[in-house]
Design a protein around this ligand. Sequence first.
Ligand code: EPZ
Length: 418
Amino acid sequence: MEKFIIQGGVPLKGKIRVQGAKNSALPLMAGCLLTKGSSRLKNIPRLTDITAMAEVLEKLGAEVKREDAVLEINTEKLSCHEAPYDLAKRLRASILILGPMLARFGYVRVPLPGGCNIGTRPVNLHLEGLKKLGAEIETKNGYIEAHAKKGLKGNNISLNLPSVGATENLLLAASLAKGITLINNASCSPEVIDLINFLKKMGAKIERIGDKLIKVEGVKELYPVIYSIIPDRIEAGTFIIAGIITRGEVTIEGIRADHLKTPLAKLREMGVNIEVSDNEVKIKKENVWKPIKIKTLPYPGFPTDIQPQITTLACLAQGVSVIVETIFKNRFTHISELRKMGADIERKKDVVLIKGASFLQGTSIVASDIRGGTALILAGLAAKGVTEVHNIYHIDRGHERIEERLSKLGANIFRMKE
Ligand code: EPZ
């Protein structure tokens, strides 16, 4: 196991480029199962989640090769229809092989994804939607076993909440189903749109009707493509907050500002001094910030994946902030750790009240999930003294060499063995 040692109080300075979006790479890797041949995905970050998904595809018989930020995925000879238990259990996104494997082969067996530290993470919407497309699905002994002997057939599906993963699984399945599928109350997150663009490039017939309705007309075959994924809006938000909370002067490059409208609007409401263009955000130095009221919502609302990071920022605001987490039941693992640093935070169910303090004090804290872990790094960068962040494997799931990239901005952070 490894930990980060952070000497806080250093204002970050310089330029940093965001990586490709982890939550776009994962569904697109699963999407390569829909076609025979070799697709190339570009702008793919080096993350443990991406490595795990590549291993799942390889267990199914695909060949996955990496050349810098390009993944070449050859699905000519898929030989197995079962995702390996140990691997798939570790990677929730392995559920996304359900749709493509059913669509292409009519049979797939994947472990029921476990819950994680941020909530139970059910997959009922995925399974109910696939059943509507004609799949027979059984969950027993911790596995999901799905058949579609007569192939999948288009249908009218309504999601009772705009689940990102369920929308993605149904898009993947419906692309090769016979006939028309309508997905009502679908997610319209940038990562879902990226998947739609990728599938259309493969030959899928997909049309968005307004923000919540997606129409898919199944086709007989899809073809391998070369596709470059979108930048990671969650990492962009994290680095923007890193620049602000250290009162530094940082430019975050390679972003899509249109994917960050709500977080940027909220930061402006806090009175921070930022300059935004289409592809970069400049943080002006000596920032001070006011408290904020935030409620996480499905895209385009405030993203749950930036909630922990802005909670850390609120710990040093001049006043009382209110943050409501509506997407996940338990996305507050970072709260106890921030309190150890002197944060004044009160939690009542899905609401946290944060009374801004004048400083945070470095100490030993533990990461429990990707975004909660990055929130703790931000706290360490801003705190007085030294902070040790343990269990940083969570952070490596979502951010490539984060300590090296932050060090280039002057952060005093390094990785060492526990
Ligand atoms: C995706 O998870 C992201 N992961 C998450 O990012 C992100 O927080 C989430 O979307 C935001 O909605 C990937 O894209 C790999 P959901 P996903 O289905 O698809 C409930 C990160 O840090 N739900 O949109 O699993 C669910 O419990 C990760 O990068 C059901 O009830 O999220 C949650 O409360 C964390 N039944 C809500 O919907 C279902 O069948 C939103 O979940 C599916 C979901």
